[in-house]
Design a protein around this ligand. Structure first.
Ligand code: SAH
Length: 256
């Protein structure tokens, strides 16, 4: 049996209970060495076979999976954060489907939520934004033109930008097509790891702050008025509105 598991953003105890229990039973583990803490592997049983996918190509990963699946082994493919977000899990699942091999996916805590936890922010403040955009700037992987950052910025929604801090100047230039220059922006480097760093600013200074702090990789860029908890003057939620909840509890629950 093959399980794709989200290992969480970094700290070894941010994997789910289900993920940890499967890891403990695994015969084979293929983990994303660049962003998964090797501490996770200390929970594996004796005799487990461990592969670092950072040093492997897709065919090599699939070969190990398929070969061991045939031997009835329990195989864990450990991805960073949540596997459905920039995890390259789709190409693996498609190939397993083509080979008629069953697998399951265990979700994980994505780094964008870990970044929000680090800065203590709510991305969905009433009246400020009810929409979250997760995106990235083009790198080796292209981004479809319909999703270019400048056009997404026009919504002025709450945004988390992956895989892009090394191009922070370009990111800011495009964001300014939609957001105002005083919009709060935060960079969270290695959220939940021991060397986590939080850099707070606005679109005016976030690029220079990133460079001064030498942040060139493994960071989330969060942008939007949601980051200004005390200045953004959002309304109270309906969910915990005391009048609403006593008289119309059911309808409030439904409106979540
Ligand atoms: N599947 C992962 C994302 C993998 S892409 C997830 O759900 O988080 C790798 C990118 O994710 C990095 O370039 C960085 O932008 C972001 N990232 C991963 N771990 C991070 C962390 N602990 N802190 C901040 N950003 C992180």
């Amino acid at each position: 049996m093959i399980y794709f598991i989200g290992a969480g953003p970094g700290a070894a105890d941010l994997i789910t209970v289900r993920g940890r229990e499967l890891l403990e039973k695994a015969d084979i583990v293929i983990y994303a060495g660049s962003l998964v803490d090797p501490l996770q592997l200390e929970y594996c049983k004796e005799g487990v076979e461990i592969y670092n996918s950072a040093k492997m190509n897709l065919d090599e990963v699939l070969d190990i999976m398929i070969e061991n699946e045939k031997k009835d082994k329990l195989i864990v493919r450990l991805h960073t954060g949540d596997p459905s977000i920039y995890g390259a899990i789709g190409e693996q699942m498609r190939e397993l489907d083509r080979n008629d091999i069953y697998y399951e996916v265990v979700p994980g805590v994505s780094s964008f939520v870990a970044a929000n936890a680090a800065v203590k922010a709510e991305m969905t403040l009433p009246d400020i934004s009810q929409t979250i955009i997760l995106t990235r700037i083009k790198g080796r992987t292209d981004v479809p033109e319909k999703e270019n950052l400048a056009s997404l910025a026009k919504h002025r929604a709450s945004m988390a930008i992956f895989l892009s801090v090394q191009k922070i100047d370009e990111v800011v230039e495009e964001l300014l097509e939609g957001y105002s220059i005083d919009t709060p922006a935060v960079i969270v480097y290695r959220a939940s790891w021991e060397d986590e760093k939080i850099i707070r600013g606005t679109l005016k200074n976030i690029a220079s702050l990133a460079k001064e702090n030498n942040i060139g990789r493994q960071a989330q860029i969060l942008v939007g008025d949601f980051l200004d908890l005390h200045g953004s003057n959002f309304s109270l939620s309906k969910l915990y509105d005391k009048n609403f909840t006593t008289m119309y509890r059911k309808s409030v629950e439904e409106d979540r």
